[in-house]
Design a protein around this ligand. Sequence first.
Ligand code: CRA
Length: 832
Amino acid sequence: MDARFKSRDIERRSLDVDGLKRSFLEWLVYSVGKDARAATRRDWFHTVALAVRDRVVDRWMDTTRSYYQEDAKRVYYLSLEFLIGRLLTNSLSNLGIMDECRQALDRLGLSMDDVVDAEPDAALGNGGLGRLAACFLDSMASQGLPGYGYGIRYEFGLFEQRFENGWQVEYPEQWLQFGNPWEFARPEVLYPVQFYGRVEEFRDSVGERAYRWVDADRVLAMAYDTPVVGFGGETINTLRLWSARATRDFNFGHFNDGAYMKAVEQKILSENLSRVLYPNDATETGKELRLKQEYFFTSASLQDILRRYLQHHSTFDNLPNKAAIQLNDTHPAIGIAELMRLLVDQHALRWDDAWEITRATFAYTNHTLLPEALEAWPVRMIERVLPRHMQIIYEINAKFLNRTKAKAEGDNARLSRLSLIDERGERRVRMGNLAFLGSHRVNGVSALHTELMKQTVFADFHQEFPDRINNKTNGITPRRWLKQANPALSELITTRIGEGWISDLSQIAALREKADDVVFREEFRRAKRKNKKRLAAYIARQTGEEVLVDSIFDVQVKRMHEYKRQLLNVLHTIALYNEMRDNPTVSWVPVTKVFAGKAAPSYHMAKLIIKLINDVAKVVNHDPSVHDNLKVVLLPNYNVTAAEIIIPAADLSEQISTAGMEASGTGNMKLALNGALTIGTLDGANVEIREHVGPDNIFIFGMTAEEVNDLRASGGFNPRDVIASNPSLKRALDMISTGAFSPDDRNRYHPIVQALTDGGDHFLVTADFADYCRAQDAAMQLYRDPEEWTRKAILNTANMGWFSSDRTVNEYAQEIWDVHPVHPSHDGEGFR
Ligand code: CRA
């Protein structure tokens, strides 16, 4: 054999600096096809990523083989979104070869940061729900759990946000433009997925009534696999994303007359299925293409899951013992009808057996109570797009309501609430009800949210199935959100308590006692300051604004939504601006208000709020009378990569949603873990964060969910009265409404003022304003005492161990999935 092949083979595995360097040069020339003198940063990124991928492949195959050999029970996480972000630092860090890679690049005269920065940010998700899925993948792999992610390989991820004249403008996010070195295309892994057509009834071989779906359009789902590197590199799991391909009929068909061009058009249309991610966060648009996306990836995933199961089994009885399928919200809930169809129509199971298996296999996570986000597809649309599924849904519903009727004792209102079909107005399928009924476990994502689920949307179902709802409070991966994003703090932590915290975040509690150590506090502050400098430089690059590194970095980063109340923060900003102008001789604590977040392109109010923040920034930042004591910045294009720079630098974390509306939040956890103090309402996981960090180390304000509920029920709230009794609120609102921030268009903000006044202030911004200002004042006072502030910041970091997604995933594994770690056997050279 050619000696060259042999040496390449060894180099593929070597993890030392020399081996890495040699393999970079080899990859650059032979795979990227560039000379070192001509290579761009992007060429180097591709080179390094391919070389790193080499070091993953053997262990990936070992992992998959171990699962197969042990016939392990696998968990399948079905999610329409995976907000992955960049993978290079993540892979290097989890493999433990970060320093070696840096040195190898150094020897080639390259900067690691430049190479890392050339990677596009994979934004296949909108916000919390998609990022949660990505954190879960990391946690499953890091704990050796046999977990697969299934989703869509969108060609265009979440749009790129730019500001033009202060307004949000959307640009396509072309993350695949230059290729994706992490993925493996699997052109042979193809499944047909059907749409439209009609259902034909016939008699099967034993004379039973049976159904087949005929005359349907077909699309193929083609797999792309991305290895998911667990911490330590022992387990490498798989994220399988589906891409739409036209059927081969096109490739092999022959066409008469004008049919050829028509056929090409048809091909393009069917491949549009996986073209673009819908940019709505927790709101549904009810578009047919969205329903087709949901069915497309769900059907392909189920076919793949059954194929894998059938390699070891000849009947389906054992499916629930070998596969747990987790529905990430209702987006894949059509899978319940699809599994029934596959089992009953294609594998000839009896209905009742199929239903038992289906229910025992699926579990469902609810992520929101917002009525506008609860999916309800028009019956007429499902009838047309998925005719067989509509029949199956009717059948599930009829059987369920029949059984329930006896107990309901003529309570028809209750029966109609339990129905899978909403009969008020245009008839619709309630996907939440379908998901609930077709699952053996249903969970919320924080303690409060789970309680509210029981009291509101699923109250009737909870009565019917009292053991089904359970709580799984969200978590975040400490690898990406502390170790990788915050090297300054994580190195400090490791020098003091060792590195056990990286894979067992509960160990971070050992930092508690360091809160009273003056030297440690000094070092903790130094790490924070380093991160703040890094963010200040980023702010300058992105916005041209210079901010004071020693000001409070008061950070609100999340999607723009009225319930998240960026407006409350803006009103406080204006009030503070006014106070500073009125009292120029007072020695103010300098404040930098940092905002970032995208608005759904069709959400006009959210886009107007963006413009308002930019307008306020323009006025405040250029007013010499506040002496740089106040700066406002809105950073463009918030994504995972930006979050990794912003979060470690935050002093104050804004988690100020109207109580009862934020199911959990996960940004709140990332910020607290990185030593930011939270200013927040008792909403979502903030409630549990308070319990863990202690009430003295968090600024809680505002109405509780119960108070909000009571207030709304009594209908007794007039924002005009509240505004009239609060001069600083009145003044801030007057400024907005008279055009102090929009002299070019004085009426611009009337919709906002209107919503907060005559509109009834649905999100209770005015109602919570005074208490929010009180909490803000308390935060500013505390910041004057750096020792005390730092002590509390350390206690936040030290007490956030429970919010690791390792803990969350373990709870799912034990209480819902019944899956257990598998330890793959590797013959090759080991990782550290
Ligand atoms: N928008 C919730 O609103 C929650 C995440 C993850 C959300 C957040 O409070 O932290 O899910 N809900 O559980 C959602 O997407 C469809 O509903 C979110 O990200």
